[in-house]
Ligand binder design. Structure first.
Ligand SMILES: [Zn+2]
Length: 58
């Protein structure tokens, strides 16, 4: 089943299918990593994940 998600960062809306709560995906627009917090009917509630990129110092 297709579900609609809206990126909390850039507000881009997109359709995805077969996601479950807790699953992560990348926003097709801004490439931010998002996690499915809740599924409300055919609407996904997404929140951004603070990704810690390795800091190599140089
Ligand atoms: Zn986005």
């Amino acid at each position: 089943m297709d579900m609609k998600g809206i990126c909390p960062e850039c507000e881009f809306s997109f359709m995805v299918s077969d996601l479950v709560v807790g699953e992560s995906l990348a926003c097709p627009e801004c490439a931010l990593t998002l996690q499915v917090r809740e599924i409300d009917g055919s609407r996904l509630v997404l929140e951004m994940i603070e990704s810690e990129l390795p800091d190599w110092g140089q």
